[in-house]
Write a new protein. Structure first.
Ligand code: ZN
Length: 288
């Protein structure tokens, strides 16, 4: 099952560009609000699995928004791939570094993203949305708490991220538009192996990152277990699961995003998003 946010309404999509409005198709049983849908996730899934869901109207890609537009909690994991930790010149973590991307950074799969400076980096990531919440979730049952998967970007302003006496991951990664998600939320049964997904990103067709989620140091189930041991998880919460190697800051010389280009990110079997990049009016020339 695939659910997109089409101009603010939860919509079943068939992957071929057609959609079916969830609220209308369910005769009002389920809400149109894509975020509220997660509060009834098990019922939505059961309802949809008992039917043949086929799109009945064409979707304008420009109408797509973040499938999880306003989660109560956004978790993000740093240094979750060994080769990315190495290019970041940091030892392998024995516990996952956790930060947040504030909800104001979420955006849709085709939205233009405004770059505040010349030191914004790319990080293609698998993003997991929680369906059934809970605290102290055991790793063995963690996948059962997942609503679905999305492709995403953890865009990062590296100067802000690293400024000050300790790194400011949450701030440097939360400019408006720094968390594009989509194009739809895809349930795990739609992919062959949800623990081994190909992912990556490209700028204007030039591949910059290309990895597999099986190379995560802490897999999806372990992340859910570790996070829920501290923070009770709510339906609709999301987890950015970390990026593979190939980020701009790890290159010699370092390389960052430039206005006028288009950043395309993908998770094979889940989907692809393409965000054109523009310059802020007061675009800052910074150096690291
Ligand atoms: Zn990241």
């Amino acid at each position: 099952m695939r659910i997109a946010n089409v101009a603010g309404r939860a919509t079943f999509v068939d992957g071929e560009g057609a959609g079916l409005d969830v609220e209308k198709a369910s005769d009002g049983r389920f809400p149109s609000d894509p975020q509220a849908l997660f509060d009834e996730w098990d019922a939505v899934r059961d309802w949809a699995s008992a039917r043949t869901i086929e799109g009945d109207t064409g979707i304008d890609p420009a109408d797509l928004r973040a499938p999880t537009p306003l989660p109560r909690q956004v978790f993000a994991i740093g240094l979750n791939y060994a080769e990315h930790a190495a290019e970041s010149r940091i030892a392998l973590p024995d516990t996952p570094p956790v930060f947040t991307k504030f909800a104001s950074s979420l955006t849709g799969p085709n939205t233009p993203i405004v770059l505040p400076s010349n030191t914004v980096d790319w990080e293609a990531e698998l993003v997991v949305a929680i369906g059934r919440g809970g605290a102290g979730i055991a790793e063995s049952v963690a996948w059962g708490h997942v609503a679905g998967l999305m492709a995403g970007q953890d865009l990062s302003e590296r100067v802000v991220q690293l400024a000050g006496p300790v790194p400011q991951f949450s701030l440097g990664k939360s400019y408006p538009g720094f968390a594009p998600l989509g194009p739809a939320l895809v349930t795990a049964d739609e992919v062959a192996d949800p623990d081994d997904l190909e992912l990556g990103c490209a700028i204007d067709g030039e591949v910059l990152q290309h990895g597999r989620t099986r190379d995560m140091i802490f897999g999806v189930a372990e992340l859910i277990s570790r996070l829920s041991a501290v923070c009770p998880l709510w339906p609709g919460d999301i987890v950015f699961t970390g990026t593979p190697s190939g980020v701009g800051a790890g290159r010699t010389p370092a390389r960052y995003l430039t206005p006028g280009s288009t950043l395309t990110s993908f998770v094979t079997g889940v989907g692809e998003l393409s965000n054109p990049l523009t310059a802020a009016e007061n675009f800052l020339q910074r150096s690291l």
